[in-house]
Design a protein around this ligand. Structure first.
Ligand code: PBG
Length: 333
């Protein structure tokens, strides 16, 4: 690093007006960096509030199509779908996960019919379908890894068949990326992308999401036997390295803002397409402060997303995607 001191260097020379600031700006956020997570439910003509995530809704497939049309017109071209599964379709064996006619698969087909250019990402994990609330199969109080892999393969295949462009294994079972990649290759899905939830921490910040997909009351125990201890950096880097070796095309760190150090190191170490998930709890925390006028909306949203780009992310999953797109448009006028 070249250092110079006052008055050879006056930091404020480079900050004196907006054009000069723009000229030396190191990071930029654009709409193409954003992936919008969306909650889907059964029924017709429904747009349902999620109390712990003000401003985020669950959509039935018909209203989803109208909503996605709006998203596309404001420049959000990638979405991630998450289902609220009715409790009578949840079981401890999770068959609904590999039902080709389950909610996310139907939604994916219909969206693709309407918007062929839309990029759709689907989560590969059993929790939306599991009466035990876990991402893996629970037998006698234990998550059974290798049997879960078989279930995940089946789930991944029906999702690829439905037209999902990106599969996001978020379950943190060992060996899942390899299992899913091999299953996809074997069935000719050579172009299906895998964005691995590679460094996924056992976080308190997923609380509102579990409300949104109706998993909260069901969860027996916690997810600490598969999600990473928030204290561990080296372990998270090993997880990322392994998922890359097993066939991930992109890796994700989750949650986002409390884990910027991990994001930065993942990008520097692996030079691989890297994403962050600004999760439900981060959204609700910021939204709560914005609604109380404790934080200013536009600046807070953009700053909270720009930090991911600065840390090294190529893109971000964020519930703020539609609002961020609008703000970015206004700022570029
Ligand atoms: C479940 C899954 C979770 C999220 C995405 N996929 C929650 C969990 O692991 O309990 C969290 C997303 C969010 O909080 O916004 N496989």
């Amino acid at each position: 690093m070249i250092l110079s001191s006052f008055p050879n260097r006056r930091g404020r020379r480079l900050r004196q007006n907006s054009h000069i600031r723009a000229l030396i700006r190191e990071t930029s956020l654009s709409k193409s960096d954003l992936i919008c997570p969306i909650f889907v439910r059964e029924g017709e003509n429904i747009i349902e509030k999620i109390p712990s995530m003000p401003g985020v809704y669950r959509y039935s497939i018909d209203t989803l199509i109208t909503y996605v049309e709006k998203l596309i017109s404001c420049g959000i071209l990638t979405i991630a779908l998450f289902p609220l599964t009715p409790s009578d379709k949840k079981s401890s064996s999770c068959e609904e996960a590999w039902n080709p006619e389950n909610l996310v698969n139907i939604a994916t087909r219909q969206l693709k019919q309407n918007f062929p250019e839309l990029i759709i990402m689907l989560d590969v994990a059993l929790d939306p379908y599991n009466s035990d609330g876990h991402d893996g199969l629970l037998v006698e109080g234990k998550i059974i890894n290798d049997e879960t892999l078989v279930a995940l393969e089946k789930q991944a295949l029906v999702q690829a068949q439905a037209g999902a462009d990106i599969l996001g294994p978020s379950d943190m079972m060992d060996g899942r990326i390899k299992a899913i990649r091999l299953a996809l290759e074997k069935k000719g899905f050579n172009d299906t992308l895998i964005m691995s939830y590679a460094a996924k921490f056992a976080s308190a910040f997923y609380g509102p999401f579990r409300d949104a997909v109706g998993a909260k009351g069901l969860l027996k125990g916690d997810k600490k036997t598969y999600q990473i201890d928030p204290s561990n950096k080296e372990e998270s880097l090993r997880e990322v390295g392994e998922d890359i070796l097993e066939g991930a095309d992109m890796v994700m760190v989750k949650p986002g803002m409390p884990y910027l150090d991990i994001i930065s190191e993942v990008k520097q170490k692996f030079n691989f397409p890297t994403f962050a998930y600004q999760v439900s709890g981060e959204y609700s925390m910021l939204r709560g402060a914005i609604e109380n006028n404790w934080l200013e909306k536009d600046k807070t949203i953009i700053e909270s997303l720009t930090c991911f780009k600065r840390a090294g992310c190529d893109g971000i999953l964020t519930y703020f995607a539609p609002e961020a797109a609008k703000i970015l448009d206004e700022n570029s006028k």
